[in-house]
Structures are given as structure tokens and as C-alpha cells.
Design a protein around this ligand. Sequence first.
Ligand SMILES: [Zn+2]
Length: 257
Amino acid sequence: MPEIMQKLNCPDCGGPLKVQAGDAIVTCGYCGSDINLAVGSKYFLRHSIIPPKIGPDSIDAIIKGWMGRGFLKPSDLTRKYKVMSKELQILPIFIVHAIAKSSYEGVLTRTGQPVEKKGVLEKEYYWKVLGRRASAFPTREYEVPLAAKTEFEISALVPGAKFLNSELGDEEAVNIAKQEIERHQKFLLEKELDEMSRLDTFIEIKDTEFLHVSAWFVTYEYRGKVYNLILDGATGEDIVAEIPQEEKKGLFGLFGG
Ligand SMILES: [Zn+2]
């Protein structure tokens, strides 16, 4: 377990704050206020939560249901799987609302005759940045179940869940979003142009929201191998789903992995 670094109290309610190494924004476990550790004062970012709906009492049934669903799974998976570990994490995510404008000049050569192209690619983004530096959580692919979003409240948490503070402040999160959006704009234009002679991207930040989402991190064993499963703690939908390959019978079985 990570050690508790400092003894600090919440400026709002006076309750002791649980601070772990690397935390940048600490959420008070008593009143739900957010504290910026760098300056020791309160954060005024809008803070929301997608309340977890799947607690320790219902996760086993959700996992079993997932094992039995779909055509791609081995037919004996439901009988043979064994859960090795399961943990409900409450994860911090920043959603950065931005408008990106990339003005570009380049050449299209793939059609034979080079054609000069120039213009502006303008796109609106709600870019997600995970507030943790090391996590197996696939933030880009994750679709936040926004319909369930409410204002952050400690009472929305499930007992036993692992609550994670953000290791990023909002400025750092916005900087990461800007870099990733810029790269994504470039990626989109490189699909359209064969050579780019000029690219200037300007990113306007409209708003940043701080959000906690929940996910069950599960590992299970099947025929001697261990697989990962990450399920949305609010909906039970799979976010990461490692599925065992059905063993090939006959000749291919000799060479197959
Ligand atoms: Zn407090």
C-alpha cells in the first residue's frame, strides 16, 4: 500500500485528508471538496461523478453474465473461468472542451498529378485525460455514460471501492489535452495530404470539467491463462475484454499457439 505522505486537514470541513504519493488534487472523503495540494487551497473546478451502480454484492453476477454472452467465447467458459482478482476503482478524468483550428498547406501526389491543397481544419473536441499517470484504463476509447452524470457527492461512492485522487492538476491536464489534440489534427490531415509544407494549430480551451468514473478491474483464469476484464462500474458494459481463443482441434492444433 502507498504510504500516507503528510497530515493535512480539509480547509472546508476540517476532516483529515487521505493523501498518497503523487496526488495533485485531493478529494476530501468527508465533504467531497477538492484541494489543490500544490497551494493547499480549494479547487473550484466543476466536479461531477458517474455514480457506481455495481457494488461488491452484484459484480459476480455481472461477470458471470459477461462470460455467457456473445459468440466469440469458448463454449465452456462459463463453467471453467475462475476470478483471480477484482477491484472497484473510482478514477479521475478531466474532460477538456476545446476548439482546434489547423491551417495547412500541402500537396496531394497519390493521384499522379501533384495537386496543391490549403485550408483550415476546424474541429470541436471533448477530450478526455486520465488523472492518473499509470493505469491500464483505456481513456481514449472509453465512452463516458454521461446520462448518469451528477454533481460529485461522497455519498455516491460504494463502500470498499478504491477512490483515486488525481495525480494531475487541471493545468497539466489541459496541456496534455492540447498536445494530444494537436497530434490528432495532424494525424487527420496526414490522411488527406501526402506532403505538408505548413501546419499551424491553434487550440482554444472553452471549459474543463473534473469527473470521477468507476470501473471494475477483474482478472480471471481459463485453462491455465490469465485474462483482463475491465467493466464499467455504472453500466456493467465491458471497457477492456480479453477473450480466450477457442482451441483449434486437429492438425492446426499442433502448430497453433
Ligand atoms: Zn472536507
